[in-house]
Design a protein around this ligand. Structure first.
Ligand SMILES: NC(=O)c1ccc[n+]([C@@H]2O[C@H](COP(=O)([O-])OP(=O)(O)OC[C@H]3O[C@@H](n4cnc5c(N)ncnc54)[C@H](OP(=O)(O)O)[C@@H]3O)[C@@H](O)[C@H]2O)c1
Length: 386
């Protein structure tokens, strides 16, 4: 079997490729896409995996290269014909909200995988003898309006799913497009919150990761004082960084996301017995009409940005002196006003994700996520002392 990770050169895509390559017996080749030759994974990685790792340069905005990529990823050495492509994970995105705001049309074209969906449906849709591959599409909590806590997939609160920025709108459009045009029995949409983890395995991403940013703001606590002790002291440092106390997210571990995707794949191709769960998971034929392939994929805790700093500092014994709690809703600073509109509370209830796609495994707490990212912290600290 072959799998395709579109946007495989990005943050989540690299972790997925790494994990899928470990499925030696099941997976013949891992294909991935990136936007240009320069973002291809290093030659040494390709060398290490020989013909099991295949790169395709595609432009999701224009569709250039997408059809050819689907064709090549469908071919296999061991199986005749088109039986080989079983899983497509779409991680392609214009994921920087500022860039989306500057060119919303472009964001919509890249973030809604229309060309990929069309190519897959042309090859595997009506009239084809082959079953369509499972398509896992990465969406985001930014599709929520930001006014409610713990949003559920079936939330009926007013305008719960009306995004307030261009990134959210483009991702919402992508969801609707796929629900309309892809096979619902082979589709999973994961609305992820902030993804945490170390730098990805093959190539650093060229933006600061959130935990990286906290680590740079909060160096090791050399006075041996606890973060709680420091909290009582006023933040005097003029370089203090404001962390919002009124913006809520459910940061999620890259491990929970990658394992959920592998689990979906194994269920889809029958490597695991289907669990007897009441929620939707590839119901063929007999699925109830309200079943939806959308899953809220956030971590178990609803945390403000400042809560995250506090947990980080307590876990890593780091100094919180430069982290200043602040309310975004009350700030008058122009830098906060100039940036993209960010929704205040996009916390989510991910019970369905945990029960169905994580097979009942408890999702990783933020403290566990910080520990998973220890290498980020250490590299930031070492970088400073050099
Ligand atoms: N990271 C998070 O915290 C987070 C949170 C919620 C949801 N998500 C969603 O999760 C998914 C993965 O996120 P990520 O952080 O891994 O994203 P990322 O690091 O920004 O990676 C984006 C990928 O898309 C590719 N891409 C961008 N523009 C393209 C174009 N015009 N044509 C073809 N490929 C293009 C990039 O290729 P190049 O490397 O060549 O540029 C890269 O492989 C995205 O859908 C994102 O919206 C992420």
């Amino acid at each position: 079997m072959n799998v395709l990770v579109s946007g495989g050169s990005g943050y989540l895509g690299q972790f997925l490729i790494e994990r899928l390559l470990t499925l030696n017996k099941e997976i013949n080749a891992v294909h991935y896409t990136c936007s240009s030759e320069s973002s291809k994974l290093p030659e040494s990685v390709h060398e290490q995996h020989k013909r099991r790792l295949v790169c395709h340069v595609c432009d999701f905005e224009t569709g250039a290269g997408v059809e050819e990529c689907v064709e090549k990823a469908s071919k296999g050495e061991y199986l005749e014909g088109n039986k080989n492509l079983k899983l497509v994970v779409n991680c392609t995105a214009l994921s920087q909200p500022k860039q989306c705001e500057e060119n919303e049309e472009k964001a919509r074209k890249i973030n809604a995988p229309t060309h990929l969906c069309e190519a897959l449906m042309r090859k595997y849709g009506k009239g084809s003898e082959e079953r369509v591959p499972l398509l896992v599409h990465m969406s985001t909590d930014q599709v929520f309006c930001g006014s409610y806590s713990n949003t559920r997939e079936d939330d009926a609160r007013e305008k719960a799913f009306e995004p307030i920025n261009a990134y959210g709108r483009s991702k919402k459009y992508a969801e609707s497009y796929l629900l309309e045009n892809y096979d619902k029995n082979a589709l999973v949409i994961l609305r992820s919150s902030v993804i945490t983890g170390p730098q990805p395995p093959y190539r650093r991403v060229d933006r600061p990761l959130f935990l990286d940013f906290i680590a740079k703001t909060c160096p090791p606590n050399t006075r041996g004082q606890s973060a709680e002790g420091e909290e009582k002291e006023e933040v005097k440092d003029e370089n203090a960084v404001e962390f919002w106390t009124d913006e809520f997210r459910n940061p999620v571990s890259r491990i929970d996301l990658t394992e959920a995707i592998v689990y979906c794949f194994e269920i889809f191709v029958g490597l695991r017995r289907k669990r007897d769960v009441s929620a939707f998971l590839f119901e063929e034929g007999g699925g109830s009409s309200d079943s939806t392939p959308i899953y809220h994929a956030g971590g178990p805790e609803r945390l403000s940005r400042y809560d995250m700093v506090t947990i980080f500092c307590n876990t890593m014994r780091a100094s919180k002196k430069r982290a200043k709690p602040a309310e975004k809703s009350k700030t008058t600073s122009s830098s906060a006003a100039a940036v993209v509109k960010t929704p205040a509370d996009i916390s989510m209830d991910s019970t369905k994700f945990m029960t169905v796609l994580r097979n009942g495994v408890q999702l990783k707490s933020f403290q566990e996520q910080v520990l998973d990212s220890t290498t980020v912290y250490l590299s930031a600290v070492l970088g400073k002392t050099r």
